[in-house]
Design a protein around this ligand. Structure first.
Ligand SMILES: NC(=O)c1ccc[n+]([C@@H]2O[C@H](COP(=O)([O-])OP(=O)(O)OC[C@H]3O[C@@H](n4cnc5c(N)ncnc54)[C@H](O)[C@@H]3O)[C@@H](O)[C@H]2O)c1
Ligand SMILES: [Zn+2]
Length: 361
């Protein structure tokens, strides 16, 4: 019980990510704040009510804004409703938004905060594993449009992130498992200790209250915090820029699109990481044992390691259009070793196909 660790993210200004159990009362609200809007979904209503009570007790006026669950909430109509509610309650620049939910909700609520009066403060309380280790830290907020996912958004940092692991209790098993894909990713790109923990205590990494979960979540958030502190707006071209967080994501985005988003993000990232490892092997950059280690670890946590689909050329076309590949160049984050990410641009079809054959069977 209590705080496990506090991570300070280097930003302007710095903000704290507090990780622990039963820590909702660590929420810090400035005295200059008058009103607080809590943006949440029905799946986390209990948590939202608890936070609402806490904040009301602290003497602030609370407006509760319930938004639809998951991805469908990330659209202009829902944003419009949120703006209307802030307008009706006369929210000023010194007021505050609190986001409670998965990555979709924190992305949406963060964007509401980023845009209201050109930016007001917000606190993020992520309630999915993916939200905790990925979406809530790093300052990317946004919504989807008819042109694609996350194409409209803003960089807007929270002023505090509360990662209360007790909030994972109601999360379904599959959502928990898919969140582990980003944890494994952090292990491969930056922190081998994460991989050791999963290899040594796989059972403790499969349940939200496993003894290793606080450590895994903390280490993953640290990786994200360190990476975004160095490259907030993803402009760095160095080997350690924010782009490394995209490990496994080039093929993953193509799978998600190809499957019309019926595949969960983490499942696609899992296959994408095996593919990236196979690419690095085919290109002579990575040892076969490390490729095998990808498969072993991802299997241990219950993630998929293959994707059976007959039209690789179609996937290549989708990958070439991926916004993260900058222009029409095919571009992958690969590893040269554990915690040694590198970039692979325009690999030959032979290399691509060799890797594909090994993930598609
Ligand atoms: N901003 C970033 O840097 C960043 C990074 C990664 C992903 N994302 C975004 O995150 C989103 C995906 O996030 P996600 O995987 O958390 O999905 P999600 O937010 O859609 O949540 C999945 C489902 O779980 C429900 N839920 C959330 N917490 C729960 C809980 N504790 N108990 C029971 N149900 C709960 C949600 O209401 C939803 O129905 C995507 O929109 C993606 O674009 C953003
Ligand atoms: Zn991801």
């Amino acid at each position: 019980m209590g705080i496990h660790k506090t991570i300070t993210v280097n930003a302007q200004p710095n903000y704290e990510v507090i990780i622990g159990n039963d820590i909702l009362d660590t929420i810090k609200i400035n005295e200059t704040v008058n009103q607080v809007a809590i943006i949440y979904t029905s799946h986390v209503e209990k948590i939202a009510k608890k936070v609402s009570k806490l904040i009301t007790k602290m003497g602030f006026v609370v407006t509760e804004i319930k938004v639809p669950n998951s991805e469908i909430a990330k659209n202009i109509d829902v944003i419009g409703n949120c703006w209307n509610k802030l307008g009706k309650s006369k929210f000023t620049r010194s007021d505050l938004v609190v986001a409670i939910g998965g990555g979709a909700t924190t992305d949406l609520a963060g964007f509401v905060a980023a845009t209201w009066l050109r930016g007001i403060d917000f606190i993020s309380i992520p309630t999915t594993l993916l939200g905790m280790v990925d979406a809530a830290v790093g300052g990317k907020t946004g919504i989807n449009t008819a042109s694609g996912k996350n194409l409209v958004g803003a960089f807007h940092n929270p002023i505090q992130v509360i990662v209360d692991l007790d909030n994972l209790k109601s999360l379904n098993k599959h959502d928990f498992t898919t969140g582990m894909a980003e944890v494994v990713k952090c292990g491969f790109i930056a922190d081998e200790r994460i991989l050791h923990i999963i290899e040594n205590y796989p059972q403790e990494c499969k349940k939200y209250d496993g003894v290793e979960i606080p450590e895994l979540v903390t280490r993953s958030i640290q990786v994200k915090a360190d990476t975004v502190a160095k490259d907030f707006k993803e402009t760095s071209s160095s080997k350690t820029g924010r782009e490394i967080l995209n490990y496994g994501h080039t093929l993953a985005h193509a799978i998600e699109k190809n499957e019309k988003y019926k595949w969960r993000h983490g499942d696609a990232v899992s296959v994408g990481m095996v593919f990236a490892a196979e690419l690095a092997l085919a290109d002579g950059k990575l040892a076969p044992e490390i490729v095998q280690r990808h498969r072993d670890i991802l299997k241990l946590v219950g993630l998929p390691i293959s994707y059976k689909f007959g039209n690789f050329k179609k996937l290549i076309e989708i990958m070439a259009l991926d916004k993260k590949s900058r222009g029409a160049t095919l571009r992958f984050v690969i590893l040269e070793d554990i915690a040694q990410p590198a970039r692979l641009e325009n690999p030959s079809f032979k290399v691509l196909n060799q890797a594909w054959e090994r993930v598609s069977k």
